[in-house]
Ligand binder design. Structure first.
Ligand SMILES: CSC[C@H](NC(=O)[C@H](Cc1ccccc1)NC(=O)N1CCOCC1)C(=O)N[C@@H](CC1CCCCC1)[C@@H](O)C(=O)OC(C)C
Length: 325
């Protein structure tokens, strides 16, 4: 089996949403595919009306294939402090034509304010490792883990784009989606994430590939040295990040993956991607797409990096492949 689904950017590439079919008859919800977490959760008819702000909701009672997973609950919090919790159903889930018949669909009974405010997203589809799924007392598997045994190849690929629709494919590598060769590097999933090591200016950086994180968060030394090349760039505590004049021409940002004997491959993030967005309506000052990881505790190669590459999340061989495009 295989699947292929469009990933549409929202709010200047802040997040990417994909249509997911749940239940019978199908209810289509736009979900944020997140390789930084492992719960598939949705706004639902169980979510308080006061917390629903136009989002499409999942109604288990109108799905003939939905079955309550009795006694099961979930509760998750994310790196940005947002959180949600609720109950669990098993139902049929289809992504880009790829169907999993008994997928744990986690219905929200509570969502934090940032989810209520994000009117375009109906929830998340976690694509990290199932070891960090939050369902209790019996942990549940991710959509990818459930699908993997049926896939033509035990992998999925992320092809996110800047201000344009991209794509997630499951079970195959689309050779027309990238240029040159794919450089592979081993994945450390000990924390449940797609952990890997890249080299930036000769310095090894261990981080995670996270489609659910908007920006790139790396060690201070790398970030400081990058912005030292941009006149007027400075760390601004009120914005909690590096800002610079919006007219600045930003240097490209490159990192090497799989740098073993074969020299590996280089991913180059165009400087224009590092000019993430204006900090206010005047458009004078802009916020950087590369920020320090010092307040996070983990380095994250988020969407700013991922949209500069074609990325293979290889669950069978526990490796990450990166190619230019
Ligand atoms: C430093 S980690 C921060 C990361 N969140 C983010 O990157 C959020 C994503 C978002 C998009 C749209 C609306 C609301 C939130 N964006 C964000 O904090 N931004 C502030 C800086 O400007 C860019 C936007 C995060 O928490 N990622 C989550 C998934 C994310 C999906 C969207 C809803 C909120 C949760 C997950 O990948 C995660 O926790 O990863 C861990 C491993 C850090």
């Amino acid at each position: 089996d295989s699947g292929s689904v469009t990933a549409s950017p929202r709010q200047q590439d802040t997040e990417y949403l994909c249509p997911v079919q749940i239940g019978s008859p199908a209810q289509t919800l736009p979900l944020d595919f997140d390789t930084g977490s492992s719960d598939l959760w949705v706004f639902s008819t169980d979510t308080p009306r006061s917390e629903v702000n136009g989002q499409t909701v999942y109604d288990a009672s109108s799905s003939s294939s939905a079955k309550r997973l009795s006694g099961a609950t979930w509760k998750i919090s994310y790196g940005d402090g947002s959180s949600s919790s609720g109950i669990v159903y098993l139902d049929t889930v289809t992504v880009g034509g790829l169907t999993v018949s008994r997928q744990a669909v986690e219905a929200a009974k509570q969502v934090s304010s940032s989810f209520s405010r994000d009117t375009s997203s109906s929830g998340l589809l976690g694509l990290a490792f199932s070891s960090i799924n939050t369902v209790s007392p019996n942990q549940q598997k991710t959509f990818f883990d459930n699908a993997m045994p049926h896939l033509d190849a035990p992998l999925f690929t992320a092809d996110l784009k800047h201000n344009a629709d991209g794509r997630y494919n499951f079970g195959y590598i689309d050779k027309s989606a990238y240029t040159g060769s794919i450089s592979y590097t081993p994945v450390d999933n000990s924390q449940g994430f797609w952990g890997f090591t890249a080299t930036v200016d000769g310095t090894d950086v261990t981080g995670i590939a996270d489609t659910g994180t908007t920006l790139i968060y790396l060690p201070d030394s790398i970030v400081t040295s990058y912005y030292s090349q941009v006149s007027g760039a400075r760390y601004d505590s009120s914005n909690a990040g590096y800002i610079f004049p919006c007219g600045s021409s930003m240097p490209d940002f490159s990192f090497n993956v799989g740098g073993g004997g074969g020299g590996g491959g280089t991913v180059t993030v165009p400087g224009s991607y590092v000019n993430f967005a204006p900090t206010d309506q005047t458009g004078q000052t802009c916020f950087g797409g590369l920020q320090s990881d010092s307040s996070i505790g983990i380095s994250i190669f988020g969407d700013i990096a991922l949209k500069a590459a074609f990325v293979v999340f290889d669950g069978g061989n526990k490796q990450l492949g990166w190619a230019a495009k």
